[in-house]
Design a protein around this ligand. Structure first.
Ligand code: ATP
Ligand code: MG
Length: 552
C-alpha cells in the first residue's frame, strides 16, 4: 500500500518509536454501527490502517456499539465489507460491547474513589446546571451522596430498577472548569433497549466520552486518532484513563475532518436522504458512502489516491469534489477498455452498403495501453448514432452530421447525410446516408479530410442498455457546518441529480459482468450496475465524464 506523506501524526509515531515510549504502534478504526461508511470515514481508515502498516504495527476494527437505539447488525456487516474493499485487513475485530463488564467495574472504581455519583436531575436540569462558556456551572443537589449510597444506586440502575432518564452516573470533576466537558460529564445512562450484541443483558450504557478512552486503553491502542471536534474532550479522555487506573495510556491525536464540496457528510444526514426517499438506499450511486461510490464505479485505488492528496492536518476546509473525479479518471485511463455506446439513439441506414453484409472492423481495446490488444466491431448497413450528433439546421462550426455533410465514423468509414426521415410530428426518426468504401479506417486513406468524428453501434447486433447519468446530489458549495439548522441541507438537494436514458452498446458488451468498467467514447467512464443489471438489460452508471476543468 502507498505510504503517507509526512504529517504530524506520522511524526509523533516516529518520535514515540525512537524514544522507546512504544515498541509497536497500535491504532484502531472505531465506527459506530449506526449507518454506512462515507468518504470521510475512508480518510480515517486510511490514516489508521495506513500508518500502522507503515510501522509494522496493528490496527483493530472496533465497533463502538454503546448506543443500541441507533445501531444495527446490517451496519456492522456493511462496514466490514467497506473496510476490506478499501484494501485493509484488521488485526483484531472488537466490539466495545464486549467490554461492558469491565467498563462497569471501572465506573464502580470511580465511585469507590469518590469520583463518580448517581444524579437524579433530568437531562434538562443537568443542561441548566452546566453553565455556559462564560458562567460556571452549579453543583447538583445529589453531588454529595455518600460512596455507599452511590454504589447501591448504581447497582440498582444496572438491575433495571429505574426507568430511562430517571438517574445517570456522572463523573465528579469540576463544575466550574473552563472546559465544559469537565463539568461532571454523564458517564452512564439508563436505556431499556435490546442491544444487537448483548441482547437484554444491560439496561445501562456507558457514554462515548467515558467508553472511548477505556476501549482504547483496554486494547492497548497507542495512538487514538480522531477528528478535531474531540480536541476539547482530550482532558476528559486523559482523566478517564488515569482515574480508572488503566494500565495502558493511549494518546489522543486529532486531525481535521474531510469535507467535500456538493456533499453532505454525516450519517445522520445521509440517513435522512435514505429514509425520506431522496435516494434509493445507502448504496445509491449519488451517495458519498463507500458502498454508493463502489456502485457508481469508483475504485479503492482512486479513493486512496484522493485521500492521500487531501493530506493530514488540523484544518478542515472542503475539498473540491472534482478532485475525486480527477483521481478516478487517472486510475481508469489505462485500465479499462474503450468502447462505443449510444445513449440517445438515432437510426442511420447506409443506402449503398450491401444488404445483409456484416463486416468486422478492427479497433484497439485501449489506444493508450496497446497491451490490452484488439477487438472486433461489427459494421453493417444499419447503425445507431447519437441524436446529438445530428442537426438539421446547424450553426456555424458544427462539424458533425447535417444534410449534405460528411463525417468519419470512428473505426469505420466516412458517411454523408443524404436524406432526413421524419415522423408525423416532424421528429427526425432516421437518416439515410451513403458511405465511401475507400475511406475505411486504418487503410491510410488521405484523399480528403473531414472535420467531425462520431461514434456509432451496429444496429442489428446492438445490445440494449440503460445509462444512468448523475449530477451532484447537493447543490450548495459552501462547507457543511454541523451547527447548521438540522434540515436546511434538504433545501439544497438537486432535483435533477439522476437522468436515465435508454440506448445501445456494442455486441461484445453482452458478456459484461456487474462492476465491469468501460470508457465509452465521448461519454466518459461507466460501471455495470451490480443491482439492477439483468440478463435482458445492462445498466451502466456513469462514474465520471471525460472532460474536466479541474487542475491539481
Ligand atoms: P458521522 O458524523 O458521519 O456520523 P462519526 O464521526 O459520528 O461520523 P463514527 O462512526 O463515530 O462516525 O466515526 C468513525 C471514525 O471516523 C471516527 O474516528 C471519526 O472521527 C472518523 N470520521 C468520521 N467522519 C469523518 C470525516 N468526515 N473525516 C475524517 N474522519 C471522519
Ligand atoms: Mg457518530
Amino acid at each position: 500500500m502507498e505510504n503517507q506523506t509526512s504529517n504530524f501524526i506520522k511524526d509523533t509515531m516516529i518520535k514515540d518509536l525512537e524514544s522507546g515510549k512504544h515498541q509497536k504502534i497500535v491504532t484502531r478504526f472505531p465506527p459506530e454501527p449506526n449507518g454506512y461508511l462515507h468518504i470521510g470515514h475512508a480518510k480515517s481508515i486510511i490514516i489508521n490502517f495506513g500508518l500502522a502498516d507503515e510501522f509494522n504495527g496493528l490496527t483493530n476494527l472496533r465497533f463502538d456499539d454503546t448506543n443500541p437505539l441507533k445501531e444495527d447488525i446490517e451496519f456492522v456487516n456493511s462496514i466490514k465489507e467497506d473496510v476490506k474493499w478499501l484494501g485493509f485487513e484488521w488485526d483484531n475485530l472488537f466490539f466495545a460491547s464486549d467490554y461492558f463488564e469491565e467498563m462497569y467495574n471501572r465506573a464502580v472504581l470511580l465511585i469507590e474513589k469518590g469520583l463518580a455519583y448517581v444524579d437524579d436531575l433530568s437531562a434538562e436540569e443537568i443542561r441548566e446546571y452546566r453553565g455556559t462558556l462564560t458562567e460556571p456551572g452549579k453543583n447538583s443537589p445529589y453531588r454529595d451522596r455518600s460512596i455507599e449510597e452511590n454504589l447501591e444506586l448504581f447497582k440498582k440502575m444496572r438491575a433495571g430498577e429505574f426507568d430511562n432518564g430517571q438517574k445517570v452516573l456522572r463523573a465528579k470533576i469540576d463544575m466550574s472548569s473552563p472546559n465544559i466537558n469537565l463539568r461532571d460529564p454523564v458517564i452512564y445512562r439508563i436505556s431499556h433497549v435490546t442491544h444487537h450484541n448483548t441482547g437484554d443483558k444491560w439496561c445501562i450504557y456507558p457514554m462515548y466520552a467515558f467508553a472511548h478512552p477505556l476501549e482504547d486503553a483496554i486494547e492497548g491502542v497507542t495512538h487514538s486518532i480522531c477528528t478535531i471536534e474531540f480536541e476539547d474532550q482530550r482532558p476528559l479522555y486523559n482523566w478517564v484513563v488515569e482515574q480508572c487506573e488503566m494500565e495502558s495510556t493511549p494518546q489522543q491525536i486529532e486531525f481535521g475532518r474531510l469535507n467535500v464540496t456538493n456533499t453532505v457528510m454525516s450519517k445522520r444526514k445521509l440517513k435522512q436522504l435514505v429514509e425520506e426517499g431522496f435516494v434509493d438506499g445507502w448504496d445509491d450511486p449519488r451517495m458519498p458512502t463507500i458502498s454508493g461510490m463502489r456502485r457508481k464505479g469508483f475504485t479503492p485505488e482512486s479513493i486512496r489516491a484522493f485521500v492521500k492528496e487531501t493530506g493530514v492536518h488540523k484544518g478542515s476546509g472542503a475539498v473540491d469534489s472534482q478532485m475525486l473525479e480527477h483521481y478516478v479518471r487517472e486510475d481508469l485511463k489505462l485500465k479499462v477498455p474503450r468502447t462505443m455506446g449510444i445513449i440517445n439513439p438515432l437510426k442511420v441506414v447506409i443506402t449503398n452498403y450491401p444488404e445483409g453484409q456484416i463486416e468486422l472492423l478492427d479497433a484497439e481495446i485501449n489506444p493508450e495501453n496497446p497491451d490490452m490488444g484488439m477487438r472486433k466491431i461489427p459494421f453493417s448497413r444499419e447503425i445507431y448514432i447519437e441524436k446529438d450528433d445530428f442537426m438539421e439546421n446547424p450553426p456555424k462550426k458544427y462539424f458533425r452530421l447535417f444534410p449534405g455533410n460528411e463525417v468519419r465514423l470512428k473505426h469505420a468509414y466516412f458517411i454523408k447525410c443524404e436524406e432526413v426521415i421524419k415522423d408525423a410530428n416532424g421528429e427526425v426518426v432516421e437518416l439515410r446516408c451513403t458511405y465511401d468504401p475507400e475511406t475505411k479506417s486504418g487503410t491510410g486513406f488521405t484523399g480528403r479530410k473531414v472535420k467531425g468524428t462520431i461514434h456509432w453501434v451496429e444496429a442489428t447486433h446492438a445490445v440494449p442498455a440503460e445509462f444512468r447519468l448523475y449530477e451532484p446530489l447537493i447543490l450548495e458549495t459552501k462547507e457543511e457546518k454541523e451547527e447548521e439548522v438540522k434540515t436546511s441541507f434538504l433545501d439544497h438537494v438537486n432535483p435533477n441529480s439522476l437522468e436515465v436514458l435508454q440506448g445501445f452498446v456494442e455486441p461484445n458488451m453482452r458478456e459484461s459482468r456487474p462492476q465491469d468498467k468501460f470508457q465509452f467514447f465521448r461519454h466518459g467512464y461507466f460501471n455495470v450496475d451490480p443491482k439492477d443489471t439483468t440478463v435482458d438489460k445492462l445498466v451502466f452508471n456513469r462514474i465520471v465524464s471525460l472532460k474536466s476543468s479541474f487542475k491539481l
